[in-house]
Design a protein around this ligand. Sequence first.
Ligand SMILES: Nc1ncnc2c1ncn2[C@@H]1O[C@H](COP(=O)(O)OP(=O)(O)OP(=O)(O)O)[C@@H](O)[C@H]1O
Ligand SMILES: [Mg+2]
Length: 256
Amino acid sequence: SYLASEASIALDNAHLYREVEIQGQQIRSFVENVITNEEQDSRRLALDLHDGLVQLIVASYQHLQSAQAWRRRDPDAEEKELEKGIQLLRRAIHEARRLIGELRPAGLDDFGLIHALQLYVAQLSADADWEVSLDIDPDWPPCPPALEAALFRIVQEATANARKYADAARIQVKLEADDEELSLTIRDWGKGFDPNEVASLPQQGLHIGLIGIRERARLWGGRCTIRSQPGQGTTIEIAIPRARASLSPQPIAARS
Ligand SMILES: Nc1ncnc2c1ncn2[C@@H]1O[C@H](COP(=O)(O)OP(=O)(O)OP(=O)(O)O)[C@@H](O)[C@H]1O
Ligand SMILES: [Mg+2]
């Protein structure tokens, strides 16, 4: 009847509205997540600039100033201050290059994740007194650039943590692919820590590295497992469903 078909259209409309509403919420929360990630990244960059680069330049400036003050009065003292100033400047240059390298991972845009990781790991091995290995599954497929960037950032953060806290002699980065999932594992054989304790850290804007790793995995519908124990080293495993790894992360793009 006419009434029955009216009613069913109304019902369909109600369903449709609900669908749209739910999708709207998903899109909003996705956008919020992206914004939070970006804010955290720029906050971290600000901190790195402030604590690293700026401190080095300030210290160098002070030594050069004091060299100037000693000039003609005490050539030895002048020489010493000059030397310290120059040495600090050299470190500042190194630090500036490191920061730029972090902003634009070498090779990622042009040659993809595997090549970028090879370059990164080679640099990492040279930087510290540890053995860094990179294991890549021959079945690892090319992924969307946004996913490759996310995985690279995860490796960067996990290895930065290992360098800062683990005091590890060995670290391993591994990419594996099976029919269901792509997985990335970063493991160190260092000090380890208690993830529960860290998860309850209340500071705002501090200790955002692990949160960022989880967040990036979640944006790709993936899992993130962090296993660590004091004295036992740390393992971070990310698993992304293959179905998602061949799509872009934006529900917006996928649905339009
Ligand atoms: N590989 C690791 N070995 C030992 N301790 C670790 C390791 N990774 C993380 N931790 C501990 O977990 C804490 C939280 O790490 P997280 O990366 O979230 O924050 P952070 O490194 O302190 O700060 P941020 O990453 O925001 O610069 C660290 O402060 C450190 O105590
Ligand atoms: Mg960190």
